[in-house]
Structure formats: structure tokens, C-alpha cells
Design a binder for this molecule. Structure first.
Ligand code: PBG
Length: 326
């Protein structure tokens, strides 16, 4: 007799206490990673126009922000660097005293317990804005690999806790793993952007990171949005090459991809709630068209419900504050 009127699903929805008792998914501050843009130079701090509330700052201006993040108990930041000088091969990405190594040292002295994850990709450092070395108008996969390995090593040597390659070159996890192992960093995990799609939702990020390609687009190396079986192959490859954590990116238009990866993979899974997803919510909330707290909570909970363990999000600080108020 499992039917109405014996069954009344509304019984467990009547009060907040009942709803909380049967709630299946929750976002906790410990799930969140906060992305940070660091600009080379001194005395710089500016808000990113298309990402209200998100700033780019130079290493010397980072400490107050870092103390704020650490006091909210956010476990990790994900660093993106914007160098003073860009060139064809993105050589400033590999310098031991480049913008990211400088930032890591500042962060580690301001908040030693805050984990530092670094984005490993050349697009912010190349004059053409592509994620690798360009040869005859094409991004050359194999020539890019050693540069990524050197870049990752310079981050580990400066004190990064995790490195996160986001370039989508084939074989990059393998060369980074070998480089780390060979140079005394076998304990440093790799979080790979395994299934990273060529997405319109990176628009605001490219303004922030000055990484828009000068010609063409990234469809020759990032994934084609209609594909999901291919995402599972990407994840499989990265795990074979030594990834410790795999990521799906973006998150919102790819919740099905997150779920399918979760169903076949026992590795920790991260999802990147990207800049365009943030910008949409902020734009609508700023006009009073959405309740920001409810919308953000719903979005982040949906990403967990889809199967992510870890969420990289520009809402992290705000969400951490809301969770503290509860
Ligand atoms: C670098 C990189 C990008 C993002 C993260 N790492 C941009 C891109 O691939 O163009 C996007 C993050 C965001 O939109 O929040 N390759």
C-alpha cells in the first residue's frame, strides 16, 4: 500500500528541522577553494569589472586578503598569475622568482595553514594568449610539455601544496609527475583540469587574467561542449598519468558530466564554478532579479549533488560568511 494517502511526501517538508534531518547534500566551507588573481608589480589592487567583488592585486597587497580567507576557514586558494612581461613562449611562467613564486612566499608567511594550489598554464604568460607554444598557427603539444613541467616545478619549489594543470595538452600530467618526482617533490599532488571544455563562460576570467587569445580560439585543445564520453576518456588518461584529483570545468552547464565522472571514478572530484557563472549571478542579483544567497547556495549544493567533492568558486568567501551566520 505504498501510495497516497498512506504516503505523503510533504510530511518530511513541514518544518526546517524535519527538512534538515532528511537533507541529502550540504555545502561546507571545507569543500571550497577560492581563486585569486595576482598581478606582478607593486601597490596594485583593482576590481575586475565583470566580476564584482573580485580583485586583482600585486603580491605586496595580498596579506590582508589572505588573512581574511584563512579566518573564514577556507582551506585553499587557487592562484593565477599575470606577469609584467609576456613573450612567445611564456618564459616568465617558469622563473623561480616570477609572480606566482612571489605570491606563494607572501601567502605562506601570512597564513601558513592555508593551502596554495597553483594554476599551471601558459596563456597568461604568452604574448599570443594561447595555452602553449605556437608553431605555424597551431599550439604545439609536445613542445609545450617541458615548459609546463618547469612551471610546475617552480611553483613546488616556492612552496605550492598542489599544482593544477589547466592547459589541456595531452601528456602534461605525466611530464609534471615525472618532473616533481625527479626533483624531490614526490609528495606534491596534481589536481588536473581533466575535462575542461572550450566554454563561453570563461569570458570574465580572460578580462581578469589578460589571457584572451590574439588569434583563433581554444577549440583545438579544450573539449567540445557536446561530448561526455570523451570526458570520461580524459579523466581515465589523467589518472593513468598520475593525477590525484580530477576536475570538470565549467560546472553548471556540465552537471551531467560531473555525475558521469563520479559514477565511474573513485578519485576525488573537483568542479570549477567559473567566472561567467559567477558574473551571471552577480549581474542578476545586482539588479534585484535574484536573491543572491539563495541562488548561490542552490548552485553550489547542485554541484555537490551532481557528485563533486570540491568546488572552486569565486563565491567562496561570501558562502563561508553565510555558513558562519547559520
Ligand atoms: C587558463 C584557465 C582559464 C580558466 C582557468 N584556467 C581560462 C581559459 O581556459 O581560457 C577559466 C576560469 C574561469 O573562467 O573562472 N587556461
Amino acid at each position: 500500500m505504498a501510495g497516497f494517502p498512506n504516503v505523503r511526501l510533504r510530511r518530511l517538508r513541514r518544518t526546517e528541522a524535519l527538512r534538515a534531518l532528511v537533507r541529502e547534500n550540504r555545502v561546507e566551507v571545507g569543500d571550497l577553494i577560492y581563486p585569486l588573481f595576482v598581478v606582478e608589480g607593486k601597490g596594485l589592487k583593482e576590481e575586475i569589472t565583470s566580476m564584482p567583488g573580485i580583485f586583482r592585486g600585486s603580491p605586496d597587497r595580498l596579506s590582508p586578503e589572505i588573512e581574511d580567507i584563512a579566518s573564514l576557514k577556507i582551506p585553499a586558494v587557487l592562484l593565477f598569475g599575470i606577469p609584467e612581461k609576456k613573450d612567445e613562449t611564456g618564459s616568465s611562467a617558469c622563473q623561480p622568482d616570477g609572480v606566482i613564486p612571489q605570491a606563494i612566499r607572501v601567502i605562506k608567511s601570512a597564513a601558513p595553514e592555508l593551502m596554495v594550489i597553483t594554476d599551471v598554464c601558459l596563456c597568461e604568460y604568452t604574448s599570443h594568449g594561447h595555452c602553449g607554444v605556437v608553431n605555424d598557427g597551431q599550439v604545439d603539444n609536445d613542445r609545450t610539455l617541458p615548459l609546463l613541467a618547469t612551471m610546475a616545478l617552480s611553483h613546488a619549489a616556492a612552496g605550492a601544496d598542489i599544482v593544477a594543470p589547466s592547459d589541456m595538452m595531452d601528456g602534461r600530467v605525466k611530464v609534471i609527475r615525472e618532473a616533481l618526482d625527479g626533483k624531490g617533490f614526490p609528495h606534491i599532488p596534481i589536481m588536473s583540469y581533466a575535462a575542461k571544455y572550450a566554454s563561453a563562460f570563461y569570458g570574465p576570467f580572460r578580462e581578469a587574467a589578460e589571457s584572451t587569445p590574439r588569434f583563433g580560439d581554444r577549440r583545438g585543445y579544450q573539449m567540445d561542449p557536446p561530448n561526455v564520453r570523451e570526458a570520461l576518456r580524459e579523466v581515465e588518461q589523467d589518472i593513468k598519468e598520475g593525477a590525484d584529483i580530477v576536475m570538470v570545468k565549467p560546472a553548471l552547464a556540465y552537471l551531467d558530466v560531473i555525475r558521469q565522472v563520479r559514477n565511474v571514478c573513485n578519485y576525488p572530484l573537483a568542479a570549477y564554478n567559473v567566472s561567467g557563472e559567477y558574473a551571471m549571478v552577480k549581474a542578476a542579483a545586482g539588479r534585484g532579479w535574484l536573491d543572491e544567497k539563495r541562488a548561490v547556495t542552490e548552485i553550489l549544493t547542485a554541484i555537490k549533488r551532481a557528485g563533486a567533492d570540491i568546488i572552486i568558486t569565486y563565491h567562496a568567501k561570501q558562502m563561508a560568511r553565510w555558513l558562519q551566520e547559520e
